[in-house]
Design a protein around this ligand. Sequence first.
Ligand SMILES: CC(C)(COP(=O)(O)OP(=O)(O)OC[C@H]1O[C@@H](n2cnc3c(N)ncnc32)[C@H](O)[C@@H]1OP(=O)(O)O)[C@@H](O)C(=O)NCCC(=O)NCCS
Length: 189
Amino acid sequence: MRLMAERDNGRYQCFLLEEGEIDAAITVITLDREDFEDLSPERQQEVWDIAENTLRSDTYELFALVDTQEDRLVGKAMIEYMDENMPEITALHVVPDQRGKKLINIPYEGCLLSLREQGYREAMVRISPGNTASLKAADRNGFESFTPDTGVDPDLCDHRFFKRAVSPVALRANMKPDTSTDGLDHAAI
Ligand SMILES: CC(C)(COP(=O)(O)OP(=O)(O)OC[C@H]1O[C@@H](n2cnc3c(N)ncnc32)[C@H](O)[C@@H]1OP(=O)(O)O)[C@@H](O)C(=O)NCCC(=O)NCCS
């Protein structure tokens, strides 16, 4: 696991999971689903395969948000490298009892750091128009609405698309005046 971002003097830490960390990957992937232990053996195998493929594949990166004080997984995120120019930050999740504390900024920061290190210039997220919490969080993290060049009429698809620049200069330019405490500054260093 590689530490990518942190907040509150290291209490909350965002880790990038690395190859071989299969148990951690299963825990992260199933965070917002049923308990792994409650699944049938067949379904457990499926989840195990998903976790292994996710860690091995160049198409995905998996991030865990941990509350180190409580020794507890409290969120997750992924990057999907489907579009070679504009990777997608996806699978964003914070556990229900920790929402509203802007913890999602930490996985956002971790993902943006990884993308910046790899030389990407832009990142996107897709959000359902009714998901107010996620829309607000994306806006706060510098994402702006755009129409992807997919040939699909945006009015006919279920999601809205948002993108932001990843480069350090644009990172600072995109900062909202009231968001300086959320750790994005660290990604720009
Ligand atoms: C979207 C999500 C990741 C945001 O995480 P978060 O750390 O709670 O984000 P924030 O603290 O920035 O809160 C975002 C908004 O949620 C709302 N919110 C505030 N407290 C909340 C609470 N206790 N419970 C739910 N939503 C709350 C507010 O509208 C807040 O915006 P504001 O602070 O600007 O008013 C989280 O709500 C979540 O996991 N949702 C379910 C999965 C999901 O929708 N993922 C995104 C898919 S695109």
